[in-house]
Design a protein. Sequence first.
Length: 229
Amino acid sequence: MLEPTVTTASTEPHRLFIYGRPKVGKTSAVAALPRHLIIDTEVKGKYDNKLVGGTSYCEGATSMVVEGLGMLKEAYDYLEANQDSYDFVVLDTIDHIEAWATESICKAHGAKHIGDIPHGKGWHLMRSKVIQIVEQFARVSKHIIIVGHQKDGHDEEGIEVEKINLTGKLKTHLCSIMDGVGRITRDTEGVIMIDFRTGINTDAGCRIPTLAGQIHELEWKSIYPDTIK
């Protein structure tokens, strides 16, 4: 019989989304995590018949460079069979997964553009596909970290927009299933910072009380105190 239980609040996020400008140091930061696996979608080319990705420039990174939904499924199958080997699984970046899902939906419907599929169905199918992929990886990960890019631009008052560069409804849905969304920046001395402060021009925020509303140097131990001793 189903009975209610008293919750002990989590002190660290199971699902974390980090985003920032290109080359700010997001991949290097996640490569510093212990017992990590980075699913690297940032394919730069090939060398010695092997795909070269963003992690190829990060010393010590444990990664699988993938291109397309087929290889992404292979990475998932590997992770499912080796769940206990990793404390942190990183999808870097979500931008390419959105692009692959869009391409797949367009191909299935014989459309050149996702908006050409009638009644907005294409956008709905793409969102559902991306969320399904994230949920699959999350369920076989002790902790999952999604990496994305920051949108460039300014609002009507000239204030810099500090939001995630994803399709509107996909971004909203993805952020809603995260425990925390942190914006990665560098301070005036070049130190990598993570910003969980909420606001009109940002998508950041966090439901973990010790992290909510905070901006501080990116130290993984402070975000995952129970996992990283």
